[in-house]
Design a protein around this ligand. Structure first.
Ligand code: FAD
Length: 420
């Protein structure tokens, strides 16, 4: 069967791309191994950073997410040893949004499946690729569980099949893996009260991290991201270690009387993986298939929405009109550099090393300097190029500002909390 584009994986990246291509008038096969339209990813904290806000609006996803109960975060308070960085009002930092994947994934699949031109093929697992005479990827071979094999052909195959990408493996795409020296667990509470500023809080405790976020259904999500040297403590008694960690957070959430409504969700090892997003003729990778970053800064869902939209922006027209696909894929590759830059920084952060003097200076200065606080928020929300924060002028200002706050001339930083 022939299509203009075949997308493998009907989750965030795949549904976004399929919806965009369908709206551009293309014939799209959206191939998903899961049989149920309600299937969803469970290992995901689903906090979608503000940098994805414009794409969510443009795709028409924002309002349906709100209608399904999504919680919007307009400003996160960031704890530092020198006080809280309080989000400024009117600072034009785009809002983040959070909808649990049990609601988000079916919603996106429903929107994509209802888009004219999109064939949502549930229960279809890609097991092989079709290659053209020149070696270009020209289609996929799918299985519906039995011995039968179905061949689908298209000018472009899109791998949106997550961090273990079968398509990338079948296409022999090289994988670049880097260690993650933190692990993570989170849970949800009914009736929790936040005590920090903003409508959510982050505690960079160096090397551990913690977050408290509002999610759908009025629930509060509390997550901890300790460095791996604390694994034995969590292995001994995960729930007790989690509670101890949260209890000792400065201005942490009040949980007395709150009801925990889920088990602890998380993982003890999640390396960072990246692959070339345009590795071969006729093939593009989006979402986690291209870049599965450290979960701590909560970038993955945003990257999935944004990379899918960028790919469709670059390629829909040439696919519809028989134009130069190679050039269009190069344009997608260039757009993807935004993610590559942040991923390079994220890989350093994932090593859980002590913060540099500059990092401490930025946080300390941001407590009293609204411009640095805004830049820090834009960076954290992945809402601008990293240079919004990481540039010489801001660094000098941060060093001077932090010295004024700490009389002995040394930026003060938080020391590790909640040990033992
Ligand atoms: C512990 C943890 C916490 C996280 N927390 C956050 C967070 O708070 N915020 C955030 O932004 N990101 C977070 N992420 C990252 C986020 O979950 C991913 O970046 C996001 O799910 C990527 O979406 P995707 O569509 O690329 O891939 P996925 O969501 O992984 O979807 C891949 C799809 O492909 C399908 N598929 C796979 N193989 C085949 C095949 N052979 N044939 C057909 N279909 C196939 C799968 O069934 C699935 O539907 C977290 C990740 C982890 C591990």
């Amino acid at each position: 069967m022939d299509y203009d584009v075949i997308i493998v994986g009907a989750s965030i990246a795949g549904c976004t791309a399929a919806t965009a291509y369908g709206r551009a008038g293309l014939r799209v096969a959206l191939v998903e191994r899961q049989r149920s339209p309600q299937a969803h990813k469970t290992l995901c904290g689903h906090f979608v950073l503000g940098g994805a806000h414009d794409v969510l609006q443009r795709m028409g996803f924002w309002q349906p997410m709100l209608a399904h109960g999504a919680a919007v975060t307009t400003g996160l308070g960031v704890w530092t040893g020198s006080g809280w960085v309080v989000p400024g009002t009117g600072s034009a930092v785009p809002s983040a949004i959070s909808l649990r994947r049990s609601k988000l994934d079916p919603l996106l699949r429903e929107i994509a499946g209802a888009t004219p031109g999109v064939d949502l093929l549930l229960g279809h697992r890609v097991v092989d690729l079709v290659e053209g005479p020149s070696g270009a990827v020209a289609g996929v071979v799918v299985s519906r569980g039995g011995a039968e094999r179905i061949v689908l052909r298209a000018r472009l195959v899109v791998a949106a099949d997550g961090h273990h990408s079968t398509v990338a493996r079948l296409a022999r795409v090289a994988e670049d893996s880097a260690p993650n020296n933190r692990f993570l667990f989170w849970t949800y509470y009914e009736g929790a009260t936040m005590n920090g500023p903003g409508d959510g809080q982050v505690w960079p405790l160096d090397p551990d991290t913690a977050v408290c976020i509002r999610v759908d259904d009025g629930l509060t999500q509390v997550g901890v991201f300790p460095a791996k040297d604390r694994l034995p403590e969590f292995t001994a008694d995960r729930a007790a270690a989690f509670d101890r960690f949260v209890e000792r957070l400065p201005d942490g959430p009040a949980l007395t009387g709150a009801r925990r409504v889920s088990n602890l969700v998380g993982t003890t090892d999640y390396p960072c993986i990246r692959r070339d997003p345009t590795p071969r003729a006729g093939l593009a990778l989006i979402g986690d298939a291209a870049t599965a970053s450290d979960p701590v800064p909560a970038v993955g869902c945003g990257w999935a929405f944004r990379s899918a939209a960028w790919l469709a922006d670059a390629t829909a027209e040439p696919l519809a009109q028989g134009g130069n696909l190679h050039r269009a894929l190069r344009s997608y590759r260039r757009a993807h550099r935004f993610i590559d830059k942040y991923d390079a920084l994220g890989r350093q952060e994932a090593l859980a090393k002590p913060p540099t003097a500059l990092q401490l200076a930025v946080r300390t200065a941001a407590v009293s300097d609204p411009d640095i606080a805004r830049r820090l928020a834009m960076f954290a929300m992945r809402a601008a190029d990293p240079s919004v924060l990481l540039n010489p002028k801001v660094m000098v200002r941060a060093l001077v500002g932090s010295r004024m706050r700490t009389p002995r001339g040394r930026p003060s930083g938080p020391s590790r909390l909640a040990t033992g």
